[in-house]
Design a protein around this ligand. Sequence first.
Ligand code: PLP
Length: 401
Amino acid sequence: MIPRLRPPFSLSSLLRAALPADDAVEERFERAFAEAFGFSHGLFFPYGRSALYALLKGLGWADREVLCPAYTCSVVPHAIVLSGNRIRFADSGINHFNVSPDALATALRPETAMVVLTPLFGYPLDRAACHAAIAARAPGAFVLYDLAQGFGAQDADGLQAAGADAALFSFGIGKMMSTFYGGMLLLKDKTVHEAVRDYRNRHFAPALPQGAGLLLYGLATWLAFREPALTVVDRLEHGTSLLDRFTKYYYATDRPRLPEDALVRPTRLQSRLGLRELAHYQARVEARRAIARHYEERLGCEGVAVFGHSATPTYSVFPLAVADPHSARRALAARGIQVGTLIDYACPDLPGYELHAGTGPRARVWGRSMINLPNWPGMSRPAADRTVDALLHWRDEAARR
Ligand SMILES: *Cc1c(COP(=O)(O)O)cnc(C)c1O
């Protein structure tokens, strides 16, 4: 089976990261990561959501309004409401899953204190139009780029988050770079950096002694995305509820909640792994882009609509909107290709957000349409071609029925 993703760390990085490290490795990782993405300060967290939570707490905010996309990972609004602040959603575009400048302008209000801009899957936003809308309707709002699925998102003027107040990254399995789980908050302002760092250092529990547990977890993860485990894991995931703890539970779509270890500092092994993986980041993006370009060329020729972009995305995944994602997933699995169905909801429709129900009608449509084709670094061109062939076969079969 062609997996939909590979754990984005190599076995050699993992084994080397398990060697003893000194105390300063976390700060080295924070500095190197901040520098790589154009910020002055970095803070490493156990999850991306923990970083957002700590940012709001560290700023000392309560009951302020934070605007985030309706079509985003559920844990983003969770972190906002659990920090004691108020959520408001901005809808997607009609032709694109990203928030459109119009939808952003409609949702912005003078009391909007923070705007979360999310170039999802590394597809750039219309930055100038979004920033103009913020300047007109909520001047002075704190601008945070959620780059958990959009590391290095860029447009003609360079990195999209350059000049923003902060940027958020996730290192979960399936993100563009992984430390098993983990998140990074990059900050422009020294005072905010110090406030959030102090909050983290005071309120987060120290890292657990890493022992062999994390290494074993890493090895198991690495193996789970390879045959023979891959096919077994795929069947368990879609045929049983045995893996819900690792799949559905991780993304908490049942109610607003954070994981038990959301406020436990990551280990040195994770910092070391992050440092090593950062060194491979750019090459992996180029590999993803090469596969995506091939998909776009072939699918374009076959009349399959692919998402437009004003500058080359970084493609955390290769997204495609289809009429029936579950039928596509099953049909491709039968031909040995694992397809992901990611963010299959709109946040305003989730339990706990009843007050906001219906504020993301376009996001709801994207949530019912999106699949992602395998585009992990190292995937061969014949494997990409097999994926396209299987997709076209499914489309043509569906058209005949
Ligand atoms: C994964 C993700 C997050 C959160 O990251 P965690 O590390 O899982 O907390 C935030 N935003 C988006 C868009 C994501 O995909």
